[in-house]
Design a protein around this ligand. Structure first.
Ligand SMILES: NC(=O)c1ccc[n+]([C@@H]2O[C@H](COP(=O)([O-])OP(=O)(O)OC[C@H]3O[C@@H](n4cnc5c(N)ncnc54)[C@H](O)[C@@H]3O)[C@@H](O)[C@H]2O)c1
Length: 274
């Protein structure tokens, strides 16, 4: 297919707003952002000139470049209008299966036939979300790392029937965004990064729960001995204990890790470092 020219980003939250800005200022695409939360949508759209200003001040972009980009940016709470002209739709709504399934069915109705549908979900596969649509062959996962302002990775995963042209178009789109694409041959829980991080966190919790070492010392060991920028317990604090526990439960259910050996309630064994 031809290059992606117009992108619709569905969900103007933490990820969607950053993906939209990136596609706008780095990719030079026409970007339409949509969200059911109108004040949030307005905020992200109205802050774009400030983002542009900072990029100019830091020498990343010139004034004419950002002015051109800003003219290509719009937001609307109307999903049908937002995606009507999109070559690529990136879904970044809350991690809620029912919400996403319902949304994908509507996207299928509103999008042009050639449009690619991608999900930024950390948990749900594009094949599952696209199952109720006629577009599994034009669907894929695009898992951007967070924070997108500092990390440029996007893990791309294909459904069993994603067309090669779709993967090519997504990879070329990501390169224009100055993102680094890593393409997986299929769909795997946790992609690459979360899968490895979950194993690290799981083992760290087991070491502390068994009384072999204190949590802060695990962080010191991982940062000093392995050269990681942060330790597993700092990561738990960053992601949030509940969210991390949910991911660990999911990892254990999917057989990635053994069931938790002990209660990892907040505070036990020095688990919470905040
Ligand atoms: N936050 C992260 O670090 C991170 C990293 C990688 C991937 N992800 C994935 O990105 C997705 C979004 O996560 P987030 O942290 O940006 O969430 P968020 O809660 O910050 O934002 C979600 C947005 O979706 C909007 N929304 C909900 N239903 C909608 C609908 N029907 N139509 C349009 N908008 C709707 C909400 O109003 C909200 O603004 C999730 O699937 C998550 O797994 C998150």
């Amino acid at each position: 297919m031809a290059e992606v020219s117009t992108v619709a980003v569905v969900g103007a939250g933490t990820m969607g707003s950053r993906i939209a800005y990136r596609a706008l200022f780095s990719g030079g695409h026409r970007v339409v952002l949509t969200d059911t939360d109108a004040p949030r949508l307005d905020k992200v759209v109205s802050e774009a000139p400030d983002v542009a200003q900072r990029m100019c001040e830091r020498g990343f972009r010139t004034r004419p470049q950002v002015d051109r980009a800003l003219r290509r940016f719009s937001g609307t709470p109307d999903l049908a209008a937002a995606v009507a002209d999109a070559d690529l739709v990136i879904e970044a709504v809350n991690e809620d299966r029912k919400l996403k399934l319902d949304l994908w069915r509507r996207l299928d109705r509103y999008c042009a036939g050639h449009a690619i549908l991608a999900t930024n979900s950390s948990t749900y596969f594009a094949s599952e979300l696209a199952a109720g649509t006629g577009r599994v062959h034009r669907a894929c996962g695009m898992h951007f790392s967070s924070p997108l302002t500092m990390l440029s990775l996007c893990e791309v995963s294909r459904t069993p029937v994603t067309e090669e042209a779709v993967v090519d178009a997504v990879v070329s789109f990501l390169r224009r965004l100055e993102c680094v694409p890593v393409v997986l041959t299929g769909e795997v829980f946790g992609h690459v990064c979360n899968r490895l991080l979950l194993l690290l966190v799981d083992e760290a919790l087991r070491l502390v729960a068994a009384g072999h070492v204190a949590a802060p010392d695990v962080d010191v060991a991982v940062k000093t001995g392995l050269g990681f920028p942060y330790g597993p317990f700092e990561l738990i604090d960053h992601v949030g204990f509940d969210a991390m526990q949910e991911m660990l439960r999911e990892a254990a259910q999917r057989g990635l890790t053994a069931p938790p050996p002990v209660s990892t309630q907040e505070g036990s064994g020095g688990v919470s470092t905040r």
